[in-house]
Structures are given as structure tokens and as C-alpha cells.
Design a protein around this ligand. Structure first.
Ligand SMILES: [Zn+2]
Ligand SMILES: [Zn+2]
Length: 312
């Protein structure tokens, strides 16, 4: 029943290490966003490109979702306390949802602005400097997307994953500008508008997907089939476990919470039964990719307890 001291320390140590790499990769994003904001606004102003100034203002708004990740990670790391006995992990799911919401707004705005320009038959011929700066931001943001996604997957962080996709949506937006510049040089004045409409719709799609995943997690949906199968194997593979039922799992931020009833030999002493429970917790912990919080309830293997519906 009791989580052994050493493994709960290992769990919080791992949470802290992961928070360190999340903060590091997010700080890289913040530095790049500050540089891009200044470069785009100054260059846009110097070369008379309203589109580039607007994109610079957008880079400024990117700092907002970076801040959400930093705050979510910091609050999520706080240890459980009396008022928050399950920890603070849900804050990360909530910040993933907010970032997804921002993605939907950003995507809708890209499509709307580009579509309106097209409808108004405004032609745009971005110059060569706009092309250069847009190309640099495609490469920079795509690189940011890749390093951020790597950290997100390693730490199972939905908020960081959402922010990684924000970086890629910015790369795609800049790619639309590149496409438009080239099309403009070839004499077609609607290139970046057409690309903008498509990119905007893609960004909305990604935002909706990430937002839906965050909502599902807030509803305490069980872990995926693969994870549940791994849990079942870890529990039933442990010596002394004759049967188990009421296995429940849910995701909280980067962590997984598991509880289960195990049936053991009725003749075991309390000390021996507790030892089995400890081993089950250890087996679950080492089979999970996420930091795991586990409660194991021990029952004697009696016919009436065997008869319990295993899925309830
Ligand atoms: Zn953005
Ligand atoms: Zn039971």
C-alpha cells in the first residue's frame, strides 16, 4: 500500500530532470522568438513590407505560449500537498489546451487574412529581402519544432508537444511567404495568399487535434490499450499475484496514476502480502514510460472476491 520511499524519490527526481529539459528547450524558443520579432519588425519597417511587420507582431505573440509552457511546468512540478493530494500535473494538460486554442486562432487568422486579400484581388509581390528573412525563419522554426518535439516525446508532455506544433505552424506560415515571393517574382500576385489559406487550415486542424486530446485527458480517460496491456502483464507476471481486478489508470500531465486490487494467498501474513504489493508497484513502475503513481489494494484469494467483475 505504501509507496516505498526510494521509488517515490526516483519518480520526483525524474520529474525534475524532465522539467529541466523542458525549460531549456522552451528558453531556446523564447530567445529565437525575441530575435525574430526584432528582425522582422525592423526589416519590415525598413523595406516597407506590412506583411513582414505583421509576422513580427505574430512572433511576439509566440512568446505567450512559451510562457504558458514555462508556468505549466513550474506549477506542475510542485509536490503534492494537503489541498492537492494528487499533485499539480493537470495544469500541464490545461496549458496544452490553451496553446491548442491559440493555434486554432492563429490558423484561422492566417486563412482569413490571406483569403480576404485574395477576394479583394490585392496582388502581393514581396521583395527579395522578405524572401530571405522568411526563408531564415522557415529553417529556424522547423529546427525549433524538431528539438521541441523530441523533448515533448521524451517527457510525455502534451503542453510541450502543442508548443512544438506552434513552432511548426510558424515555419509553415513563413513557407507560405517564401512561396508567395517566388510566385510574385514569376508574375503571379496571389501565391502567398493561396499558400496562406492552405497553411491556416492545416494549423487549425492541428490545434483541434491537440485540444481534443487535452480534453480527453481532463475527462480521466483510461490510458491507451497498449499501456493497459503492459500494466496487466506487469501485474499478473509478479510472483504471488493469483488474480487481480479493478485495474484503473488515468493520465495526469506527464504522469500516470494506477490503482488495482490484487488477490494473494489468504494464508500470507500482512508483512508478506505487503511485500507482494511492493513488488507489483515496482514492476508497474519499471514497465511504464511515464512517472507512475500506484496504489495496490491487497485481498485474500477467496471465491467471493474472485467473483468480482474484473473490469469494474
Ligand atoms: Zn506563432
Ligand atoms: Zn477488490
Amino acid at each position: 500500500m505504501l509507496v516505498s520511499k526510494s521509488s517515490s524519490l526516483a519518480t520526483s527526481e525524474r520529474m525534475r530532470r524532465e522539467a529541466g529539459s523542458i525549460t531549456r528547450v522552451t528558453n531556446i524558443g523564447i530567445v529565437m522568438n525575441v530575435i525574430m520579432t526584432l528582425a522582422k519588425i525592423l526589416a519590415g519597417w525598413a523595406f516597407g513590407s506590412i506583411a513582414l511587420v505583421a509576422d513580427g507582431v505574430h512572433s511576439l505573440s509566440d512568446l505567450a505560449t512559451d510562457a504558458l509552457v514555462i508556468v505549466g511546468t513550474r506549477v506542475g512540478l510542485r509536490p503534492a500537498d494537503k489541498r492537492h493530494p494528487y499533485g499539480h500535473g493537470k495544469i500541464e494538460t490545461i496549458s496544452a489546451f490553451l496553446i491548442a486554442f491559440a493555434l486554432v486562432l492563429v490558423g484561422a487568422r492566417i486563412s482569413y487574412v490571406a483569403g480576404r486579400e485574395m477576394y479583394l484581388r490585392h496582388h502581393s509581390y514581396p521583395g527579395v529581402w522578405v524572401l530571405v528573412i522568411a526563408a531564415i525563419s522557415v529553417v529556424g522554426k522547423e529546427w525549433l519544432f524538431r528539438i521541441t518535439r523530441r523533448v515533448a516525446l521524451a517527457c510525455n508532455s502534451a503542453a510541450v508537444f502543442a508548443n512544438a506544433w506552434h513552432h511548426r505552424s510558424d515555419a509553415l506560415g513563413a513557407l507560405a511567404v517564401v512561396f508567395g515571393s517566388v510566385a510574385g517574382m514569376m508574375g503571379w500576385g496571389h501565391g502567398d495568399q493561396a499558400a496562406g489559406v492552405v497553411v491556416g487550415i492545416m494549423v487549425v486542424g492541428v490545434g483541434l487535434k491537440i485540444g481534443a486530446d487535452a480534453l480527453v485527458e481532463l475527462f480521466d480517460v483510461s490510458a491507451d490499450v497498449e499501456t493497459v496491456t503492459a500494466l496487466e502483464q506487469a501485474i499478473s507476471g509478479e510472483e504471488g499475484v493469483r488474480a487481480f481486478h479493478r485495474l484503473r489508470s488515468r493520465l495526469v500531465g506527464r504522469e500516470i496514476f494506477v490503482d488495482v486490487h490484487i488477490l494473494v494467498d489468504p494464508a500470507l501474513s500482512v508483512v508478506q502480502g505487503h511485500r507482494v504489493a511492493d513488488r507489483v508497484e515496482e514492476a508497474i513502475r519499471s514497465s511504464m514510460k511515464r512517472p507512475a503513481n500506484i496504489v495496490v489494494h491487497i485481498e485474500p484469494d477467496l471465491p467471493e472476491l474472485r467473483a468480482v467483475n474484473p473490469n469494474k
